[in-house]
Every structure is written in structure tokens, then in C-alpha cells.
Design a binder for this molecule. Structure first.
Ligand SMILES: Nc1ncnc2c1ncn2[C@@H]1O[C@H](COP(=O)(O)OP(=O)(O)OP(=O)(O)O)[C@@H](O)[C@H]1O
Ligand SMILES: [Mg+2]
Length: 309
């Protein structure tokens, strides 16, 4: 399965949530890979704690380099990093018993956004096909907004062979009026995913069925975590929540198109990283956050979560 993660705004929590989904998917035994298609800022190596890939890889030879070089046709295949073994994070240095392979395909250091060409889309399609053969889940972290990365992914997945492969689109947003509006724009308005997909020959209904939203860093306005707030603030927060639910429903970003919600987590607030069970046991991260990520991971593979409502 190919899963594309995107957002209209920057800083939504798209990359760190997606990396954690990849981690949970691999822990559950599924061979998983994560592609850093955030061409302007390929920093996935930080989240996976791989020192020589913190902002992409340096590779300049005929057989080394990141996704940028591969897509430009400079190398035959992009570098693949085995996360178990190259990560410096405790608990990731060895593959846990029962876990599947977890592989990162990093971007190129000092790489930048590049324009769309048919050759790039063709190479991208070939790469997706190869990865689809090898992995149960291929997660592609796209640059924010109406990006070339999204354009390339939509063009690649519209090719006849890839059309047969299950592809899903996840649009991440924070729980604020600007973010809800922007997420709806990216999905449904001119130049957005559905419109651009249609241009490349995707069937609009099928593409829409494969698209879901994810809310990140959300404070539960009725949860115990707001207990420390002033009563007036609690009431205000609940009012905001109601208004946002209303806005989301009107813009097509409501419950029926929601894949899940990730709560605000103190660990993620301060640091982009994979949350291990050890972090939860040590009470550094909240169990609710991991539950939400595991739930999202399972829903990706649960056909009932993708039925049209
Ligand atoms: N659930 C959460 N709770 C608290 N902080 C979070 C949560 N999710 C993400 N963050 C933090 O928000 C910041 C932005 O997250 P991230 O980099 O994943 O977003 P992004 O949408 O990929 O951003 P960009 O557009 O810059 O690539 C990071 O510092 C991250 O650790
Ligand atoms: Mg990111």
C-alpha cells in the first residue's frame, strides 16, 4: 500500500506523526518504508535519529545519494537506510523480535524543490512499484501545500500499473480555524489534490474515497488535561471546539472523513521523535498518544475505515 501524507500549512505534525505510523507499522511485523519527499527540507533523519541523514544524505557518487538525485535521473536507485541498526535511539538499534524491516529513503542534503517533468514522474512511478513489491506499507511524506511533490505523486499513481495499487492520501491539520480551512482547500478546491488528480486521469470518486484527514496536537476540551485551566478558559475552549466541529463539517473535514486525532503530547511538543513503549513506561510520553498512532496505523489497513459514507 502507498500512503501519501500531506498538509496545506507547515508545522502541522505531518512528518512526525507519519514517522510514528511507519514505526508502529514495522513493530507490528509489516515491512515498512518511509520516503522523505519534503524536497525543500528533508529532515526525516532527525525524527529517526540517524546521524548521517539529519538533513538528507550527502551522496555525490554514481551510486549514492538521496531521493532528489534519483528522481533527477543522476543515480539508478536512492539510498535506503535500515532504521533498525542505524538509528541512535535506544530501542531502535536492533530490530525488535517480531518487527518487520523499517527503511528510510532520505532526501538529498541541500536539495531543494524542483519542478515537474514527465521523466521525474516516470522515475517516481518505477520507484513506487519497486517499493510496493518489497514493503506492505510505503509512506511518502510530501512537501506542504500545492507542491510539486504532490503533483509528481499524483502523476505517478495515475500510471496504468500503479492504478492497481492501493493508494491513500492523508491530509494533516491542527485543530484551528485556519488549519481546518486550509486542509479543506488543499483537498477540495482548485489546484488541490482532487482537482490535480483529475487532471492526471484519476477517477475523482475513487480518489476522494482514498482521502482522509488527521487532526494533530489536539487538546480534548472535556478531558482531564484542561482541569488546571480557569473555568472561563475551559468554557471558551469548549465553545471553540463546537465552532471548529461545525466549520469542519461544512468544509467536508468533519467526522465522516476523519481518520483519527492525535492528542497534544508534551514529548512531541519539544522533540520530533519516534515514541517507543519505553517512553510511555517512563511516563515521558502519554499512552493516549501512542494509542492514537497505533489506531491510525491499523485503520490504514482496515477496509471498513475506507468505505464511502
Ligand atoms: N501531537 C503533537 N503534540 C505536540 N507537538 C506535536 C504533535 N505533533 C507534532 N508536534 C510538533 O509540531 C512540530 C511540527 O511537526 P512536524 O515537523 O511533524 O510537522 P510538519 O507538518 O511535517 O511540518 P513541515 O511542514 O515543516 O514539514 C514539531 O516540533 C513536532 O514535534
Ligand atoms: Mg515535515
Amino acid at each position: 500500500m502507498l500512503v501519501f501524507v500531506t498538509s496545506h500549512k507547515g508545522g502541522t505534525g505531518r512528518s512526525v506523526t507519519a514517522a510514528n505510523i511507519a514505526y508502529r507499522s514495522a513493530l507490528s511485523g509489516r515491512p515498512t518504508c518511509y520516503l522523505d519527499y519534503d524536497f525543500g527540507s528533508p529532515t526525516a533523519g532527525i525524527t529517526f535519529q540517524i546521524p548521517h541523514a539529519v538533513d538528507g544524505v550527502e551522496g555525490a557518487g554514481p551510486n549514492s545519494g538521496g531521493l532528489h538525485r534519483y528522481l533527477r535521473g543522476e543515480i539508478p536507485f536512492p539510498e535506503q537506510m535500515d532504521v533498525w541498526g542505524t538509528s541512535e535511539q535506544v530501542g531502535l538499534r536492533q530490530r525488535p523480535i517480531g518487527a518487520g524491516p523499517l527503511v528510510l529513503l532520505p532526501g538529498q542534503r541541500n536539495g531543494s524543490e524542483f519542478g515537474f517533468t514527465n521523466d521525474i514522474a516516470k522515475r517516481c512511478a518505477e520507484l513506487f512499484l519497486r517499493l510496493e513489491e518489497e514493503f506492505d506499507l510505503t509512506l511518502v511524506d510530501l512537501s506542504a501545500g500545492r507542491s510539486y511533490a504532490s503533483q509528481i505523486a499524483l502523476a505517478a499513481t495515475a500510471t496504468p500499473t500503479l492504478r492497481k495499487v492501493t493508494a491513500r492520501w492523508l491530509v494533516f491539520h491542527r485543530w484551528t480555524p485556519q488549519h481546518v480551512t486550509a486542509a479543506a482547500d488543499l483537498a477540495f478546491e482548485a489546484g488541490g489534490i482532487l482537482a490535480m488528480g483529475k487532471e492526471y486521469g484519476h477517477e475523482p470518486e475513487r480518489l476522494q474515497e482514498s482521502l482522509r484527514f488527521i487532526r494533530t496536537a489536539v487538546i480534548d476540551s472535556r478531558g482531564p488535561e484542561v482541569g488546571y485551566l480557569d473555568l472561563a478558559q475551559q468554557a471558551f475552549l469548549r465553545g471553540c471546539d463546537t465552532e471548529l466541529s461545525d466549520l469542519a463539517r461544512r468544509r467536508g473535514v468533519g467526522r465522516t472523513t476523519l481518520l483519527g486525532t492525535v492528542p497534544l503530547d508534551p514529548l512531541l511538543q519539544w522533540r520530533e521523535q519516534l515514541i517507543s513503549d519505553h517512553d510511555v513506561q517512563a511516563k515521558i510520553a502519554n499512552v493516549k498518544t501512542v494509542d492514537a498512532i497505533v489506531n491510525l496505523t491499523e485503520k490504514l489497513f482496515d477496509e471498513t475505515a475506507w468505505e464511502t459514507v
